[in-house]
Design a protein around this ligand. Structure first.
Ligand code: ASP
Length: 438
């Protein structure tokens, strides 16, 4: 049995709904479907979820929301009519209107997924199963897996096939609660776990995870198979395909997640697995799986003579960052110095004040602040235990006259992270891509 999730672009209009139906009916194992709200039909279009947020903002500020509400309604009506579904949308929208209030953000925003699932279930002849009837949250806002399992167990036997809305569930208050943006990926993953699915297929508008950012590298290769751990490293610096939290529910059972493209369902896409041992034994695995990166970090380097031998020096500096609620992205160390790499945005207004505090706490005058730098993660499970790879990477960057400002690699050897000047960002990615991936 397969759990299949379709993202917003896959359900943007009636034409996309048709593709989705063809995909589902082409494989009888595709029995459990999770959907997002309709997304953009073209570049300048709006996602339904964004319109729903906007609708709530109108309600909150007491401005008439009729126009925006009707725009949302029309999008669903177009699909309903074009596919001849006959869903009573007037009734649905009346219920929504009756329940709209400024304290009901989660309810309003969740209606995109709700209606999308309602329409698709009708179109497929599958049962509609509302996410509020099984997805449960705890007081702290995280998913209550146990409660979700109990509720779903009593429900699943009644449905051979089903379409469920992603992105929301029932909060402890007994009201609808939404997840963070892109949360339908998590709903799909939870269902794959609860049903012990053979695979979790995640359809969007890209044929898998790309090995580099296509706005920097023309037609980058898509990654055939990647581990959850590699994906976490790549996503951290910006490669976003799947909601980060979607990995956890399927991880323990090693259920593969296959990233596929609704517009090119014949493409193999990317397979995400906890353990790729079998594949790696029988295939030639590229030394570097992918590269991702982000600009606009700064490095705060603290010099304190003998700091490597002193206990608690770094702790004092970190405590100050904690006070200012600044998260450290990376921390390369020297003998008499250490650098705290933080995102530029997070310190815009407080940088000098914070640095002053660090100087006082560590009793040093010597703290330097770098120009904005970019962090680039070079990720690959094949790098583990293979000598010489970092040498080759650094050699290649040197040959292209790229100065490396910071370097770090964890002992798991999965990610070599380099910091370069912001202006060298694109060049660094191209150089590594051309030499090691192309
Ligand atoms: N529709 C929601 C969003 O735009 C959730 C999702 O698509 O997964 O974030």
């Amino acid at each position: 049995m397969k759990v299949v999730k379709f993202g917003g672009s896959s359900l943007a209009d009636a034409h996309q709904f048709k593709k989705v139906k063809d995909i589902i009916l082409s494989d009888e194992q595709r029995k459990v479907i999770v959907v997002s709200a309709p997304g953009k039909r073209f570049k300048s279009d709006n996602k339904i979820t964004d319109l729903l947020y906007l609708c709530h903002a109108h309600v909150k500020y007491g401005v008439s929301y009729d126009t925006i509400f009707n725009t949302i309604k029309e999008r669903f009506e177009e699909i309903n009519e074009a596919l001849g579904l006959g869903v009573d949308l007037d009734k649905e929208f009346k219920t929504i209107k009756d329940n709209i209030s400024k304290d009901n953000l989660d309810y309003i925003v969740s209606r995109g997924e709700y209606l999308s699932a309602l329409l698709l279930s009708k179109y497929l002849g599958y049962d509609f199963v509302d996410a509020r009837d099984f997805i449960s949250f705890k007081y702290d806002g995280s998913i209550d897996f146990e409660m979700t399992k109990t509720r779903f167990d009593s429900l699943k036997l009644k449905h051979q096939t089903m379409v469920a809305p992603g992105f929301y569930g029932l909060g402890v208050s007994g009201r609808i609660k939404i997840m963070s943006r892109g949360g339908s990926d998590i709903t799909g993953s939870i269902l794959a776990d609860l049903l012990d699915a053979e695979i979790y297929e995640n359809f969007s508008d890209v044929s898998g995870i790309l090995s580099a950012d296509p706005s920097i590298i023309k037609n980058p290769k898509s990654i055939p198979i990647i581990t959850y751990a590699e994906l976490r490293e790549l996503s951290y610096l910006g490669a976003k395909v799947l909601h980060e939290e979607a990995i956890f529910p399927v991880k323990a059972k090693n259920i593969p997640i296959n990233i596929l493209n609704t517009n090119h369902p014949e493409d193999k896409g990317t397979m995400i697995l906890h353990d790729t041992y079998e594949y790696d034994m029988t295939h030639e695995v590229s030394m570097i799986t992918g590269i991702s990166g982000k600009k606009d970090f700064i490095s705060i380097t603290v010099y304190k003579s003998g700091s490597s031998a002193m206990v608690g020096v770094i702790k004092k500096a970190l405590e100050i960052l904690e006070e200012y609620k600044v998260s450290v992205e990376n921390m390369p160390c020297g003998i008499d110095s250490f650098s705290l790499i933080v995102s530029k945005d997070s310190v815009n207004d407080i940088l000098y004040e914070m640095v002053d505090e660090i100087k006082k706490a560590l009793d040093t005058k010597s703290v330097s602040i770098s120009e904005p730098i970019a962090l680039i993660g070079i990720v690959g499970r094949a790098m583990v235990n293979s000598p010489g790879i970092s040498g080759k990477i650094f050699g290649e960057l040197g040959n292209h006259n790229i100065n490396i400002e910071t370097i770090s690699q964890g002992a798991d050897e999965l990610n070599i992270m380099v910091g370069v000047k912001n202006e060298d960002f694109e060049k660094t990615i191209s150089v590594i891509y051309e030499r090691f991936i192309r």
